[in-house]
Ligand binder design. Structure first.
Ligand SMILES: [Zn+2]
Length: 96
């Protein structure tokens, strides 16, 4: 039997077949490609795991940001007003 395809025959037929078998000619290429495919499949699985991890982390960060926004709602505006007053004394004395 040919190792590269499904050809069956006697030893003489096999010897003749191997000389013209198209799969036999590219078996090195096929083997390398299978190796690369296996490596890429593994990498893809790793990436899927990383994406799942990052998605979960993004969900947690998003919840924290929402909570921070609720906690400091309005604080930003008060902060900006305070900073403006400290840099422009006119605002505190109502001269305009
Ligand atoms: Zn063959």
């Amino acid at each position: 039997m040919c190792v590269s395809c499904e050809f069956h025959g006697t030893a003489a037929e096999l010897a003749s077949h191997i000389k013209q078998c198209p799969y036999e000619a590219v078996k090195g290429y096929i083997s390398r490609t299978e190796g690369q495919l296996s490596e890429l499949t593994q990498l893809l699985q790793q990436k899927d795991q990383e994406i799942s991890f990052l998605r979960a982390m993004l969900g947690q960060v998003s919840t924290k940001v929402d909570n921070l926004e609720k906690t400091f709602e309005g604080t930003g505006t008060r902060f900006v007003r305070t900073v403006r007053r400290s840099f422009n004394p006119c605002c505190t004395t109502n001269c305009r």
